[in-house]
Design a protein around this ligand. Structure first.
Ligand code: PLP
Length: 372
């Protein structure tokens, strides 16, 4: 532990570690926090939450979670293939399938597990089956600024389940420049070999830059590679972009079915920690056979299923979004308002969504932070 102690000492001294505040209560966007050094409690306005539609404190959502606890208890106490599957899972999967226009949906505890399961299932078919042998390699194209859950899952794709549970062929990963479609097309041309299974994976809304993936161009490029897979991580897109919050496809007025018609298999990951007042993630596809395979993947079969109150809160949130599109419209109006006011006041703002990165120059930070 000596290295850890010395490392942490240097990290504290360098001031690189973020401040942590403990929250003692929430009312809307007001939170009661305690200052670490002084123990003083203050009520402040927070801009740091992902509760973008304000559904965490919606009465119907809270009641759904309470009712679910009363009906099923606080945990399912098992993975879904053993005895952990409850009726609410099915309802939530159906609701997401309808929301995303993709008929088969599988739930996971969070985005990291969902993305890992997708890579395990797609690249390595989760479990080896007697008499079946895949001989085709996988080529994955990934935006350099994709979220960590994607980076981690594709880094594991060549080493994890494939090596542990089977003998599937290699997975090759190539990163392309952020949202640069010329670079994507070039990399595909350079690295795709005959017989490859091709997967393109991208954040729909980039979590640190707040910009939107150029979906129409991605589809045009992929349509030259029959049978390729297009994975969109809609963590920040669901409930936020598109006229009714259905995400990137609605934003660009495209249906997943249009993509299927062009020989591409669309896959969408939805998460519940942002718009849906909960936690958890889902993978949606039009391919029925992918769903049971996802369920057999290590990050599904080897862990607990989504607890009832978490599932119920997400389910009710999606229903609220479908019944109240004005929630999404308000978020989009607020986004435009905040962005325009920040720009008016000379803040350095990038992106175009409710993820609003503001560059803080060193001298600005020094001049505005209270002395400690
Ligand atoms: C693009 C993206 N994917 C995945 C995640 C992880 O989602 P979760 O925390 O709901 O598992 C995030 C979280 O910020 C994200 O921005």
């Amino acid at each position: 532990m000596q290295v850890i102690k010395e490392y942490m000492q240097r990290a504290y001294e360098s001031g690189l570690l973020p401040d942590e505040f403990i929250c003692y209560g929430k009312q809307g966007n007001l939170v009661e926090i305690e200052e670490e050094g002084t123990g003083i409690r203050r009520t402040v306005l927070t801009f740091c939450t992902n509760d973008v539609l304000g559904l965490v404190q919606n009465q119907a959502v809270q009641q759904a979670a309470i009712d679910a606890i009363l009906q099923y208890g606080t945990s399912n106490s098992s993975c879904s293939v053993l005895s952990g599957r409850i009726d609410l899972h099915q309802q939530l999967e159906d609701e997401i399938s309808a929301f995303k226009h993709l008929s088969h949906t599988q739930l996971f505890l969070n985005a990291w597990m969902a993305m890992q399961a997708l890579m395990d299932a797609y690249c390595h078919q989760a479990i080896s089956v007697p008499g079946f042998q895949n001989t085709r390699e996988t080529l994955i194209l990934t935006d350099v600024l994709n979220h960590g859950c994607i980076v981690s899952a594709i880094a594991n794709a060549d080493t994890r389940s494939g090596k542990l549970f089977g003998h599937s062929p290699r997975v090759r990963v190539r990163a392309y420049r952020h949202c640069n479609m010329d670079d994507l097309a070039r990399k595909l041309q350079r690295y795709a070999r005959p017989g490859d299974r091709i997967m393109l994976v991208s954040d729909a809304v980039f979590s640190m830059d707040g910009d939107i993936a150029p979906l129409p161009t991605m589809i045009d490029i992929l349509s030259k590679y029959e049978g390729s897979v297009l994975v969109m991580d809609e963590a920040h897109a669901s409930g936020a972009i598109g006229a009714t919050g259905r995400g990137i496809y609605e934003y660009f007025n495209i249906l997943p079915q249009d993509v299927i018609a062009r020989g591409i298999a669309p896959v969408i990951m939805t998460t519940f920690s942002k718009f849906a007042a909960s936690a958890g993630a889902a993978i949606s596809t039009h391919v029925a056979e992918l769903k049971p395979l996802l369920n057999l993947s290590p990050t599904s079969i080897g862990t607990i299923s989504l607890p009832a109150p978490t599932t119920a809160a997400a389910l009710e949130s999606i229903r609220q979004v479908r019944q109240h599109p004005e929630l999404v419209q308000r978020l989009q109006e607020n986004t435009r308002y905040l962005r325009s006011r920040l720009i008016e006041h000379d803040f350095d703002v990038i992106g175009e969504t409710n993820v609003i990165p503001v560059f803080c120059r060193q001298n600005l930070i020094r001049n505005t932070l209270p002395a400690r």
